[in-house]
Design a protein around this ligand. Sequence first.
Ligand code: NAD
Ligand code: PPY
Length: 358
Amino acid sequence: MSIEQVITEWDGQVGCVGFDRETGAFFSIAIHSRALGPAAGGTRAMQYASPADALRDATRLAGAMTLKMAIAGLPMGGGKSVIALPAPRHELPEATWQRILAVHAENLATVAGQYWTGPDVGTSAADMDVLHSRSGGYAFGRSEGAGGPGSSAPETAHGVHVAIRAAIREAGFDDLRGRRVLVQGLGAVGHDVAARVAAEGAHVIATDIDPARCERAAREFGAEIIDNAAALTTASDVFAPCATGGIITAAVAEELPTRVVAGAANNVLDEVATADVLAHRGIVLAPDFVANGGGGIHLVGREVLGWSAEEVAAHVEGIGATLGEVFALAAEDGVSTERAARMLAERRFATSAPELVQ
Ligand code: NAD
Ligand code: PPY
């Protein structure tokens, strides 16, 4: 796939790309929609097979941000940045990473408030401190020491937990006691999700490519650790994908041995139609852009809307009610929950005027 193909097949507004010769990093910023406000979405930094793959990830993730902001009722549009790194993030010398951040900050200053970034895979609150100060303020999620609201991961995990609770009820379970919850990815969000469901009496089955993260989950709450390769074939009551996107294809959906899918990973389905396969099998899907909205609610709530931590937590609890509407609409219209959630998000475009943060 070429960069031209990525852009011509995309339904978003604008994709900006850049390259830094000194580090070999390729930069992309995708602005999908500003219909509800300036575009917002995190900066992902990792290695990609090609610059076109990186831009494709940025465009798809930006589209998901548009839906996420709309369904959460937040006054922002959808965007995302992707930095394709010249080497794995943990192998980059600190000076190289700081140079990459400086170039990205300059790019953020160039788009000057049409797009606001935040943390995503490969970037942290400390990185947001740098991006904020060097771009002129266009980064959410700075560390508390630098005057920001800190990591979005705890509220993302809170929201995923709320989504799991809502989805298991829809699947006919009373609670999580004794239920098998399979968490794929024990990072900032996945570990917290696993700890939360374990505290409710679930039997946690977990996997991560990093053995240290698996050991920690086994030690802290007795997670049963499985091989990565078995993540999509191990029987569970709830499958909580908290690693990478695109893992549920139609073929996977035909066989996935679970009753509920609810997790943090963005764009967990390869395409919308894959949700139809899950729906036909009676698997309850909590659409990712609803279930993982807690991080965005935290960042935009605290930094744009001036909410307290308590107000943020109350809005994150609202993910349960939103899913209730999604499940009801899906049942009424005989469509998948993914299609129903997209319909609910679309309704907001019809009823809202743009609200600018500055
Ligand atoms: P993270 O980088 O802290 O954790 C990801 C974890 O997944 C890591 O432990 C990594 O080793 C593991 N992993 C990667 N590939 C794997 C594989 N194939 N099998 C098993 N484990 C694998 O990221 P995070 O902040 O926890 O985010 C997790 C997911 O949730 C991402 O897809 C992210 O885009 C999404 N998300 C995060 C937030 C947030 O606030 N952090 C908000 C919305 C969505
Ligand atoms: C995501 O939720 O996927 C994000 O990228 C987090 C985010 C949300 C809102 C603004 C910036 C980052």
